[in-house]
Each structure stands twice: as C-alpha cells, then as structure tokens.
Design a protein around this ligand. Sequence first.
Ligand code: PRP
Ligand code: URA
Length: 213
Amino acid sequence: MKNLHIIEHPLIRHKLAKLRDEATPMQEFRRLLDDIGLLMTYEVTRELQTVSVEVRTPVGTASCSRLERVPVLVTILRAGIGMLGSFMQMLPESPVGFLGLQRDEETLQPESYYSKIPFVARTSPVILIDPMLATGGSASDAIEHLRKNGVEEITFVCLVAAPEGVRAINERYPDLQIYTAALDDRLNEHGYIVPGLGDAGDRVFGTGADDIR
Ligand code: PRP
Ligand code: URA
C-alpha cells in the first residue's frame, strides 16, 4: 500500500497485543496507548528536517543539529487524546491543535463539532493523530480542514489502520504519509476495524461517555 509505514518493533507488537485484548481495563489501555505512542514518535519524526548549530559545551564547541521547524501536533477528539500525551512528551515545544469529529453510527460520516488549530500550523509540519483509521472519513475531514486553513505538510499517525481507510487517504491525498502500528484485515458491516480493538474512544474514556443519564 502506498505511503504506508507500519512501525515494526517487538515492544510495539507486545504492547499492542495487550491493548487489543477485550479483557484489558481502561486504566491499562491508557497506559499501553501512551507507551506505544512514545515508541512510535521515534519513527514518525524521522524525516523532520534539521539545521546545524554550534553548541558551547563546558569543554569546547560541538557541531550539533536541531529541528529546523518544530512540528505542530493536531489530535482528533476524542480518542486522539489518548495518544497525544506521548507525542507532547517527546515534542514539548510543539503547539497543539484539536479537531472534534464524531462519526454518525448509521452513515459512518464524520460530523465536526469543534476546531482549534494554532496559527503556526500553516508554516510548520503537522502531525495529525488519531488511533483509528477505519473508513478514512474522519482523517479525510481533518486533512481537508487543515489544508483549507493553509497547512501544507501533514503526516497522519494512527495505531490501527484498515485497508479501506488507507486506500481512501491514498486516493484523496496521494502524497500524504501514514504511520501505523498495525494494518488490520478489514471493516465489518458497522464500520469497525476487524480484528481492531473495538471503540477506541470508549476504551480510553469509558463507554457511552456522551450520555449523561
Ligand atoms: C473514531 C476514531 C476515529 C474514527 C475513525 O472516533 O477515533 O476518529 O472513529 O473512523 P473513520 O475512519 O471511519 O472515520 P469516533 O467518531 O467514534 O469518536 P470518538 O473518538 O469521540 O469516540
Ligand atoms: N472507530 C473506532 O474507535 N474503532 C473502530 O474499529 C473504527 C472506528
């Protein structure tokens, strides 16, 4: 599949096996998502451009590199919050944006309910984070929103991708790079990734968190 980077690492595979397990409780799910996110940052940021700098150490001058442009992190609510902390930990200088998207359970179309993107995103590389790439509708909406606001460089990061979602992004955005920890088999009739891990938002924050009854 085009522009798809499956991050292969024994620790990621080990932790993903635990995270997928239906018996894994919310508290552990959060911790595992955070751990995997941390491991993924290493590969996701590999292509970031650097510039040379001279640094005075206590005993001399070292030729070093630093990031040319610090990336902006943009996360898709809700489940994206579960992976955001790990990226913020590794990129503490990164501004952070939020896009609220909710998939309609019948049509599977995302509906936008919130958007707050830092102004600097226009000139910076953007790392867009959402653990699940299913039909690709939410990721496409998010990318479209960022592009309309002038963002040029976008990398999409997820935890689990379905082939349907990867194809949809490839077709619509042929140059966009996708990083994932796993490429699963397919979508089921409800638009869930099989075998997947279930509803990522519910597993991070609790089932039915939008119903106050
Ligand atoms: C989930 C997930 C993605 C989206 C993926 O969010 O976090 O944003 O579904 O599906 P798609 O590729 O078919 O668009 P959901 O809409 O369930 O919202 P939530 O995170 O608030 O639960
Ligand atoms: N969203 C989820 O949270 N899980 C899926 O399997 C598909 C979409």
